[in-house]
Design a protein around this ligand. Structure first.
Ligand SMILES: Nc1ncnc2c1ncn2[C@@H]1O[C@H](COP(=O)(O)OP(=O)(O)OP(=O)(O)O)[C@@H](O)[C@H]1O
Length: 323
């Protein structure tokens, strides 16, 4: 349970480093998965932990939760040493890994909750009150008696989140919580997390590739690049860092070479032999209409869409600025 008077940092790392020895052909080499990471996360913060594939996010989370031993440096989670105090820490942390389940597949959802409540030593009153709260907030009543294996992805994710939060942890770590969910399920889950934080002062740390998660859930963003912290600040600062970039997506009438020389734009990528191309542009310097006009000089445009920057692009730009 959360003690509002406890002001210890929820997460504190200093010089946290994790190396892996990997085989590279006949030779062995060292991969620096997390490199000298120093940060603090305070109670009640909602932090997005973002970076490209292989940047070091999972390795960090594993060290924060005591699954992996650091090579060097120190880490404290909820005031505890994650490896040595792993059992005590489990009472204070809830973890949701989108790809892994902590539910029993053949049992009805409700039974999984009962088992988890027993594991966490919840009194029957606490169990009932908390289960009721989660069932209502996550709209789970209709599938409480359904075996987990029969749930849709959106239902299962809600059940996973409820399972991880049943013991009212101070810190909730979510790894890609909305991946693969439809728009409505994403929205529900985000609303729930916002409410959970507001009501219980829960600290959230989430990895995501979804800009919507960051915008709606996080008031602080950490960007990790090759194991090192590349950005620590709010979303507005992040947008300033990368500029007010938007993306024009055009569907062209015929296969076209990469449109990489359109003034004021950057070519982000092509699909289907250039039938669909993505160009980013600075909204303060030009307009979508001008970019479209320039594209039309090269090819007939059948359809178009304008996107706000996505995280991959934001991360790419931050990385580019550091190299
Ligand atoms: N058990 C391991 N053995 C060897 N190398 C590893 C191991 N775990 C991670 N790595 C390497 O460490 C680096 C960081 O990996 P990590 O999984 O932490 O990245 P990530 O940011 O979580 O990526 P993703 O978004 O793909 O999950 C990568 O180069 C990865 O190959």
């Amino acid at each position: 349970m959360i003690d509002p008077t406890d002001r210890t940092s929820i997460i504190e790392t200093s010089g946290l480093t994790r190396e892996f020895r990997v085989r590279d052909g006949l030779r062995r080499r060292t991969v620096l998965a997390v490199d000298d990471l120093t940060l603090r996360i305070e109670p009640g913060e909602a932090v997005g932990y973002i970076g490209a594939n292989g940047a070091g996010k999972s390795t960090t989370i594993k060290m924060l939760t005591g699954i992996l031993v650091p090579t060097r440096g120190s880490v404290s989670t909820c005031g505890l040493r994650p490896v040595e105090d792993r059992r005590r820490l489990a009472r204070q942390v809830g973890v949701v890994f989108g790809q892994r389940s902590q539910l029993w597949w053949d049992l009805p959802v409700r039974e999984s909750f009962r088992i988890l409540a027993a594991i966490h030593d919840l009194s029957s009153e606490a169990e009932r009150a908390r289960t009721d709260e989660l069932v209502e907030r996550l709209e789970m009543a209709e599938f409480l008696t359904t075996p987990v294996r029969q749930l849709s992805l959106g239902q299962r994710m809600r059940a996973e989140v409820a399972a991880a939060l049943l013991h009212s942890p101070r810190l909730v770590i979510l790894d890609e919580p909305t991946i693969g969910l439809d728009v409505l399920s994403k929205q529900r889950l985000r609303e729930f997390l916002v409410a959970e934080r507001r009501t219980h002062g829960t600290t959230l740390l989430l990895t995501t590739h979804d800009m919507g998660d960051v915008e709606r859930l996080c008031d602080r963003i950490l960007v990790i690049d090759r194991g090192r912290l590349a950005y620590d600040g709010d979303l507005a600062g992040l947008s300033r860092t990368v500029g007010a970039e938007r993306v024009l997506v055009v569907d062209l009438a015929e296969a076209t070479d990469d449109l990489d020389a359109i003034a004021g734009t950057r070519h982000l990528g092509s699909e289907g032999h250039g039938l669909r191309q993505r160009l980013s542009f600075n909204a303060e310097a030009t307009t979508a209409a001008k970019v479209l006009a320039a594209v039309s000089e090269h090819a007939e445009v059948l359809d178009l869409a304008v996107e706000e920057p996505d995280i991959e692009d934001v991360v790419r730009r931050i990385y580019a600025a550091r190299r």
